[in-house]
Design a protein around this ligand. Structure first.
Ligand code: IVH
Length: 665
């Protein structure tokens, strides 16, 4: 029979190995379901026996909500940057310089230059001890808790020849796919978009809540080892070994014996990089031998043994035909440049974002201008300049619209803000249609109807807002173009089904500014029906976790608007859920308001999860570790001795399950 501790360790070992097979080798040997089952076993055991806690357990990937600002760490080896060049002839110069300085045979390792945010991972005795950002190169932020949630960062190294102390340098990246999805979600929630995956990765790494970090699907790409006792004298061989330890080292690298081989690598990846899942912005060349690297040394800023060859951002020149404006559901007005179609990085570009009034003024644009269009790390192409030499007949100067292009209302721009808004939210068609589109999304009412059909119903005067969806009749739909019996019935059924969508989703669907999915959940918990929310004061609102002044004011403003109140009332009449379900309500009290309770040990009467739910439902807070903020420890059998000692030291009250249930009676 294995002891509990042995069971936990075996599970951890097994899960680490499966992670390696999955994330590094891309050859999983068990199904996701089996993996999840093992993980759940581990999570349950760890919850039951907190005394066997390990910061590098595979279960830490889920993150925690413990808020802490980052502490500064001094790098043992400074994090330097590289000399950059865009020209092949400077690569030849580098090669010749190295040759002259070494005056012996050497090899050059070519690798991709990953365009993310740099990280230093410190492993002590094979365990991830610390993860630090570059910072100013000398000192960086300790982001260990966040990095532990990144799936392809091994928490424990495996295999052989692992030094007692090793620093692994690399980049934290967000794949193009994840980046696009994240921005789509952010657009929906009216949060500012990330300009490129690099900004998204570095912004994510600096978040305080590692659970959010865990949900963002970051990835690591590692490219350099540092330490006093590295396994071999070759950078290339060390990186291959590091891969067997479980680190994600790219296989797109080559050890070159001649400059021709180097150029071959550059030219190949210049084209091929477009097929990679992550952004790269060049190739890094490194002298392979570590002793030769030491001989070459450093200038005041860069190593002399390495150089970065950067791919030029692809540029094109084309004519500006016109400028149009898009109005979003919030009334924000975005200017768009309509261009004479031009080929750029394999796609035809017809439009580019012009961002806002300041960006337009900075470009000093005239209709008919020849403009430079670039597609760098960004997805949406941007205009980076005007070829003023090519101007001979000046077209009309581009000035930001004064009126909404759709409804004609005078636009407003608040002081200190870059964005123009159309204030006519109740009468401006794209805003109305945008709000209906938001109402029906999967995460809100989940009604299956697309933007084109919404526009058709709106243009045919069948709906004027989302509440009108509930008045639609079969004969309304069947008489419209492109509608058949089945599609009409499907829509009506999906609308009917939405009446049982839970209150928190309805709250999100209402489209109150700044009330995204999570905020809606928090509000629903704190104000279990719409009338309670409508009557909430500013002070009551900001008392709710994560609700700040901006959100509170927006909720208050919404309920001061008679049109909004009328909209909510019509939803009520149609039977949409405007309060938490009876089940949840029945078991909700505020008996534990303001109390923080830690659960420890095993119980007879209820499971740990049930106790956790009871704490939350009665207004308390459940925390994983004992601190001076803990009010009670709900202790079962086998409570960890360390916890007990800490509780006694801090004078925290320890209660058993009967005493706890008594508190709730
Ligand atoms: S080597 C002392 N290799 O680019 C040299 N850096 O502009 C250590 N980068 O600071 C860096 N991919 O953040 C190296 N394959 C790669 C890289 C790479 C991306 C980043 C890294 C570095 C910056 C230099």
């Amino acid at each position: 029979m294995l002891t509990i501790q042995q069971q936990i360790e075996t599970l951890r070992q097994t899960l680490h190995e499966h992670n390696y097979n999955y994330y590094i080798l891309s050859q999983p040997t068990i199904s996701d379901l089996e993996f999840d089952k093992l993980m759940q076993q581990l999570i349950d055991l760890e919850a039951q026996y907190p005394e066997f806690h390990d910061p590098n357990s595979p279960s830490v990937r889920v993150g925690s909500d413990i808020n802490k600002s980052f502490s500064q760490v001094t790098h043992r080896y400074p994090m330097l940057s590289l000399q950059n060049t865009y020209s092949e002839s400077e690569i030849s110069d580098f090669y010749n310089r190295v040759q002259k300085a070494l005056n012996e045979d050497f090899e050059i390792v070519c690798e991709l230059k990953f365009d993310g945010t740099s990280i230093s991972l410190i492993y002590e005795n094979g365990q991830l001890a610390q993860a630090v950002t570059r910072g100013d190169g000398k000192q960086g932020d300790d982001v260990t808790a966040n990095v532990r949630t990144i799936r392809n960062v091994p928490l424990v190294l495996r295999g052989e020849n692992i030094p007692d102390y090793v620093e692994v340098r690399g980049e934290i990246m967000m794949s193009w796919n994840t980046f696009e999805k994240l921005n789509e979600e952010r657009a929906q929630q009216e949060e500012p978009l990330f300009a490129n995956p690099r900004n998204a990765a570095s912004g994510t790494l600096k978040l305080q809540d590692s659970r959010v970090v865990a949900s963002r699907k970051l990835e690591s790409y590692m490219y350099y080892l540092l330490g006093e006792s590295l396994p071999t004298n070759s950078h290339f061989d060390n990186m291959l070994l590091a891969r067997t330890w479980g680190l994600n080292v790219s296989t797109s690298m080559n050890r070159c014996r001649t400059i021709e081989e180097v150029f071959e690598f550059l030219r190949y990846w210049h084209v091929e990089r477009k097929n990679l899942p992550v952004a790269t912005d060049g190739v890094v060349l490194k002298v392979d031998s570590l002793s030769q690297q030491r001989n070459l040394g450093f200038t005041s800023k860069f190593p002399r043994w390495a150089i970065a060859y950067k791919f030029e951002a692809e540029k094109a020149i084309t004519r500006l035909d016109s400028v149009s404006y898009q109005v979003g559901r919030t009334g924000a007005v975005t200017p768009v440049a309509n261009l004479e179609p031009v080929l750029l990085s394999g796609t035809t570009v017809k439009r580019a974002s012009l961002y806002n009034e300041d960006a337009i003024n900075a470009l000093d644009l005239y209709i008919g201008d020849m403009v430079f269009v670039e597609k760098g790390g960004e997805i949406i192409p941007k205009i980076t300049g005007v070829d003023k030499e090519a101007r001979f007949l000046l077209g009309e100067k581009v000035v930001f619209a004064r009126r909404c292009p759709d409804c004609g209302a005078l636009l407003v721009r608040d002081e200190g803000e870059a964005v123009h808004y159309c204030p006519n939210s109740d009468g401006c068609p794209p805003q109305i249609k945008g709000r209906i589109e938001h109402f029906v999304t999967r995460k809100a009412m989940n009604i299956t109807i697309g933007p084109e059909n919404i526009a058709q119903l709106y243009d045919n005067n069948l709906i004027h807002d989302a509440a009108d969806l509930y008045t639609l009749q079969f004969h309304d739909l069947i008489n419209l173009e492109r509608w058949a019996r089945t599609s009409a019935l499907n829509l009506l059924e999906s609308i009917e089904k939405s009446k049982s969508v839970s209150y928190e989703k309805v709250l999100f669907a209402l489209g109150i500014r700044f009330v995204g999915e999570t905020v809606a959940q928090k509000l629903a918990q704190a104000f279990p029906n719409i009338d309670a929310l409508a009557q909430a004061t500013f002070e009551q609102l900001i008392e709710v976790e994560e609700i700040g002044g901006r959100i509170a004011q927006s909720v208050i403003d919404a309920f001061l608007n008679p049109k909004f109140i009328d909209f909510v009332e019509r939803l009520r009449v149609h039977g949409v859920q405007l309060s938490l379900s009876e089940d949840i309500l029945a078991s909700k009290t505020d008996k534990l308001n303001g109390l923080t309770i830690v659960i420890s040990g095993t119980f007879e009467l209820h499971s740990r999860d049930e106790y956790k739910t009871m704490i939350l439902q009665n207004g308390g807070k459940n925390s994983g570790s004992v601190s001076k903020n803990t009010d009670y420890i709900l202790a079962g059998d086998n409570m960890g001795p360390a916890k007990l000692e800490k509780a006694e030291k801090l004078g925290v009250k320890v209660i058993d399950e009967r005493a706890f249930l008594e508190m709730l009676r």
